[in-house]
Design a protein around this ligand. Structure first.
Ligand SMILES: Cc1cc2nc3c(=O)[nH]c(=O)nc-3n(C[C@H](O)[C@H](O)[C@H](O)COP(=O)(O)O)c2cc1C
Length: 223
């Protein structure tokens, strides 16, 4: 992926454009019941990390750090935090939704051979572009995560994002510096299948929004 040059003359063919579209459309969140356990090769991990490091970031600040986790004990400690947080989460939904919530598998921490914790590393100095909207530093980290997700999918490797965690507990387990902020806890591995639609759509938890519901022409209309 590393290419130098002042003037990027690379143009993409319709076929190449179609590949990107396919990768975007076939990307899925993968949870523990579908990881096969086969190890992720180092070359694949390199590509996933390279994709992250080539993401856009506000003021080119690259405010990210990635902790590579393969150790079973570490994963089990993280899973404990998930279980605790997930019990609290289930209590927030009522009746039918709660029963449905309890049936969902919402992580693959121990089943995935590779976990990556992604941190935001705030700058002590002003960052170009981040002066009016401080949250854009964190948005930059999510751009890196999306690049990882798409690169993994292109390698036929599944990724699942786990956010039902106590970020301070994850920091403690990983001995992260105090100023770092957990943005995403990601699980990677080969899978026995990718769903054709979001699993939460298949399980009727929610529906995909239609373009007309979310795309506004020119201005919002006042009622
Ligand atoms: C910021 C973020 C956090 C997420 N956290 C979780 C999570 O904790 N557990 C989970 O099962 N899925 C999680 N997901 C995955 C979403 O549920 C999933 O992206 C959504 O249902 C659409 O499905 P798809 O990614 O397969 O298209 C998360 C996704 C994002 C973008």
């Amino acid at each position: 992926m590393d290419r130098a040059g002042e003037n990027d003359q690379r143009l993409f063919s319709p076929e190449e454009q179609e590949v990107l579209e396919e990768i975007i459309l076939h990307r899925r969140d993968v949870r523990g019941n579908h990881f096969t356990g086969e190890a992720v090769p180092d070359e694949a991990l390199d590509k996933i990390l390279s994709a992250a490091l080539h993401a856009p970031s506000v003021g080119f600040s690259q405010p990210w750090e990635f902790v590579i986790i393969k150790d079973r004990e570490t994963k089990e400690a993280i899973k404990k935090s998930f279980k605790h947080e997930n019990e609290k989460a289930a209590a927030l939904f009522n009746d039918d939704k709660q029963q449905e919530y309890i049936r969902l598998k919402l992580e693959g921490i121990t089943e995935a051979p590779l976990n990556i914790a992604v941190f935001y590393t705030p700058s002590k100095e002003p960052v170009l572009g981040q002066t009016s909207m401080p949250e854009v530093g964190r948005y930059s980290v999510t751009c890196a995560i999306q690049n990882m997700w798409l690169m993994a999918r292109s390698l036929n490797i599944g990724m699942g994002w786990v956010s039902i965690l106590d970020p301070e507990e994850v920091k403690r387990i990983l001995q992260a510096p105090q100023e770092n902020e957990l943005i995403g806890y990601l699980c990677f591995g080969y899978t026995d299948m990718f769903y054709s639609q979001p699993e939460l759509e298949l399980r009727k938890w929610d529906k995909r929004k239609l373009r007309g519901q979310v795309v506004i022409n020119e201005k919002y209309t006042k009622d």
